[in-house]
Design a protein around this ligand. Structure first.
Ligand SMILES: Nc1ncnc2c1ncn2[C@@H]1O[C@H](COP(=O)(O)OP(=O)(O)OP(=O)(O)O)[C@@H](O)[C@H]1O
Ligand SMILES: [Mg+2]
Length: 300
């Protein structure tokens, strides 16, 4: 689906002298149906890598194949959706006009556009009343949502999102994650970048951690994060006596200081979404945020 081999990018200065090695020997592949996260601190080369993968920036060295084709091939680009790091939306168009325009570029008929645009706007949480307002009047987060809709207008097989949650409030971030999960269920392949590790990492099936333009770690998140030499048991409600008894029992197998008993906490995001949902059940926020799908499960 997406393959890169030995990508390298050296930016040069005005006199053509090498100035920055932004990406230094990155090889990766995104398999169909996976959500691949490109994580790394600011300046680690995520956006540069993405731009080379999409054929928007010529690599100094290395090779990219998109759907088995060169990233310049129009047949490859037709199957691709891209949300750039910085919005490239036309400020004087409305969300509806923006999607009309990009839908037209991808060859969607007027009937297809009419059918698709309202659904897309709904899925990114742009209210009907805002669909015909100029994007210039929008907040950063609302404009980001329009950018996401634009990236999906052609029903792409591969969706590349450069910092999709940048500028979004917790409700927006939750919605983006839900959208990514939804796209994954539809069998789409997703490549996303972020420097907010906890933020989108939990939707990724695999992550690549870039540091100074090089791959530092890669693999399935659960495998990367799992501490094989520690164990955790999660139990239901217990009496204080039962807790003492179990603790004493466990102390036979581990150093007493090594046995930790505590109460798991709900992730802050779930707590926030519930609190917002309780405070304003009919707020203008998207429906999915006002009524979180399920009560948060206690985290182990
Ligand atoms: N057009 C350019 N000219 C010169 N240097 C550049 C250019 N674009 C990026 N760089 C440099 O390449 C390095 C990687 O930048 P890049 O934008 O790829 O990082 P990033 O991981 O996306 O960071 P962020 O999390 O801040 O978006 C940085 O040192 C940056 O200064
Ligand atoms: Mg970037």
């Amino acid at each position: 689906m997406l393959e890169a081999d030995g990508l390298r990018k050296v930016f040069r200065d005005f006199w053509n002298r090498p100035r920055t090695t932004a990406v230094d020997g990155v090889s990766l592949c995104a398999r169909p149906g996976e959500v691949l996260g490109l994580l790394g601190p600011n300046g680690s080369g995520k956006s540069t890598t993405i731009r080379m993968l999409l054929g928007l920036l010529r690599p100094t060295a290395g090779r990219v194949r998109l759907f088995g084709l060169s990233p310049d091939a129009s047949r490859a680009r037709a199957r691709l959706g891209y949300l750039p790091e910085l919005s490239n939306l036309h400020k004087f168009l409305t969300p509806w006009e923006t999607l009309e325009y990009y839908g037209g570029l991808f060859g969607l008929s007027a009937a297809e556009r009419r059918a698709r645009i309202p659904d897309l706007l709904d899925s990114v949480g742009i209210a009907r009343k805002d669909a015909h307002r100029a994007i210039a009047e929008f907040s950063k987060g609302m404009a980001r949502r329009v950018g996401l809709a634009q990236a999906l207008i052609n029903d792409p097989d591969l969706v590349v999102l450069d910092e999709p949650t940048s500028g979004l409030d917790p409700i927006g971030r939750h919605d983006v994650k839900e959208m990514i999960r939804h796209l994954r269920e539809q069998g789409k392949t997703i490549l996303l970048s972020s420097h907010l590790l906890g933020e989108v990492a939990d939707v990724c099936t695999r992550v690549i951690i870039l540091v100074s333009g090089r791959i530092h770690a890669e693999g399935e998140l659960s495998a990367l994060l799992q501490e094989d030499d520690r164990f955790r048991f999660t139990l239901g409600n217990l009496t204080p006596e039962a807790v003492d008894e179990i603790r004493a029992f466990l102390a036979r197998y581990a150093d007493a200081d090594g046995v930790r008993v505590d109460h798991p906490s709900v992730p802050l995001e779930d707590f926030f979404l519930q609190a917002v949902g309780r405070a304003a059940p009919s707020a203008s926020a998207p429906a999915s945020a006002a009524a979180p799908a399920a009560p948060p499960a206690a985290q182990p």
